[in-house]
Design a protein around this ligand. Structure first.
Ligand code: IPD
Ligand code: CA
Ligand code: CA
Ligand code: CA
Length: 271
């Protein structure tokens, strides 16, 4: 059954409220105020506004919960068991360029464990949501990861390191890309890790891998993929929320993709 819990309802309301501002600002994208956090890392006034809306909504509905937010950082709560992990605008670069593919991502952690997630595909109007033990949903449709078992038939999404990041990261990415390009039916780089994970949960992408992501990029998406029957692992065996080196796919494909990514790394190490 797809009935949302009060917690999910609150998270969806906050995501939709942020989405309204993002849609409005996207209509006047040429007036955005952009600043640079690093060489290839941007933030706009739309990111900040959306984060403000989410923070106000959630802290009103769930007073005392903690927050980890991309732009504002950590806000300690009086309630030490619950916290939200918020990316107010995932896909800022797309947004800045007028590319209509970006999302709001809100994850929720309880007792240090990922517990719920909401991803709002703003321009398509799609709410993806999942709660531990209650499945993953696109509105009222139950989601399952793709059933394809052959790597040769798989479409895999990824994300690339950007300008200014160490050469080593670029080399590893290109090696991984070379391996998976040769062995899959298609590779996609759409520019929103949250939507990449939502699309894995929905069975559109057969898998997704990227390195050096942040907790707010992936927290909600991890819950979605797991609740859709898929697997999420850290690429080198660590804690995925800490390193942000993520691989997500189905039970059948996870070991196969993992094997190819490991081969790509080994090859590079041997050079
Ligand atoms: C980015 C997107 C992108 C990924 C980057 C992230 P942002 O998030 O998720 O797909 O490749 O690594 O930083 O900055 O647009 O919220
Ligand atoms: Ca960012
Ligand atoms: Ca992000
Ligand atoms: Ca962001």
């Amino acid at each position: 059954m797809s009935r949302q819990s009060p917690l999910i309802t609150v998270m969806v309301k906050a995501a939709r409220a942020a989405g309204r501002g993002l849609t409005r600002d996207f209509g006047e994208v040429e007036n955005l105020q952009v600043s640079r956090k690093g060489p290839g890392d941007f933030v706009t006034n739309a990111d900040h506004r959306a984060e403000e809306v989410i923070y106000n909504e959630l802290s009103k509905a769930r007073p005392g919960y903690g927050f980890v937010m991309e732009e504002r950082g950590v806000v300690e709560g009086t309630d030490k068991t619950n916290r939200f992990i918020v990316d107010p605008l995932d896909g800022t670069l797309n947004y800045m360029h007028g590319i209509p593919h970006f999302a709001v991502s809100i994850g929720h952690e309880r007792d240090g464990q990922l517990h719920a997630g909401v991803i709002f595909d703003v321009l398509r109007g799609d709410i993806y949501w999942a709660e531990r033990g209650h499945g993953a949903w696109l509105e009222s449709r139950r989601l399952r990861v793709a059933a394809r078992t052959k790597l040769s038939q798989a479409v895999i999404a990824t994300g690339a390191p950007y300008i200014g990041q160490e050469e080593e990261r670029h080399r590893l990415f290109l090696s991984e890309l070379a391996y998976l390009t040769q062995e899959t039916t298609g590779i996609r780089r759409f520019g929103s890790a949250a939507l990449d994970l939502a699309f894995v949960a929905a069975g559109r992408f057969d898998g997704f891998w990227e390195r050096n992501l942040k907790p707010w990029d992936i927290a909600a998406g991890i819950v979605l993929v797991r609740e859709a029957g898929g697997m999420v692992d850290e690429l080198d065996g660590g804690d995925v929320l800490e390193t942000g080196n993520i691989l997500a796919s189905s039970q059948a494909l996870q070991p196969r993709i993992h094997d190819r990514l490991k081969a790509a790394k080994k090859r590079l190490d041997a050079e």
